[in-house]
Design a binder for this molecule. Structure first.
Ligand SMILES: [Zn+2]
Ligand SMILES: [Zn+2]
Length: 176
């Protein structure tokens, strides 16, 4: 998901380009995202390019109960500004370094020497932020048996798992 923005950078502030993509995949940590589709709108600003995007995709992570893959359908909207590393492109580019120094900010997203703008990392971060903190393969996941280690979804076991009243757990702590 890389777009060449040379023409956009040398154009007027406010000029836009719209792109769409379908069924892309992004690796992330132990899991990742696939089936990513959406729309990217790139707008020339006085400092660089503003990315606006709306995307959907499937996030694959590890089920918090049974450790098997958990797939979550994700939808997100994101907005990030990209800055050209080339200082000599377009009417606004020469302002970039000056503004960055003045505002003492270090932009995270850059347009490379060849004027390519890669939206992958911004989209990955947006999808990560939508991923549930406790992903589950299904709301009914029975998890792993704490006695024998079986995955109780696929391999139910006969173990007696005692459930302890939470108030008693507090008493146990006091005795120790
Ligand atoms: Zn599970
Ligand atoms: Zn068991």
């Amino acid at each position: 998901m890389i777009y060449n923005v040379a023409a956009l950078l040398s154009g007027e502030v406010g000029a836009t380009r719209v792109y769409s993509f379908d069924d892309e995949a992004i690796a992330s940590g132990d899991g990742g995202f696939h089936g990513i589709s959406g729309v990217v709108k790139l707008t020339r600003t006085d400092r660089g390019i503003l990315l606006r995007s709306e995307i959907t995709g499937d996030g694959v992570s590890e089920c918090a109960r049974c450790l098997q893959p958990a797939v979550t359908v994700l939808h997100t909207v994101l907005e990030e500004e990209y800055f050209p590393v080339n200082g000599d492109l377009g009417p606004g580019s020469s302002l970039l370094r000056q503004k960055v120094v003045e505002e003492d900010e270090i932009p995270e997203f850059w347009i490379d020497q060849a004027n390519n703008l890669d939206v992958t990392e911004a989209i990955r971060q947006a999808l990560v932020s939508e991923t549930p903190l406790v992903p589950l393969c299904s709301p009914e996941c029975a998890g792993i048996c704490p006695e024998c280690g079986n995955n109780r979804n696929t391999n139910p076991c006969e173990c007696e798992v005692e459930s302890i009243d939470p108030r008693l757990v507090g008493l146990l702590d006091l005795k120790i």
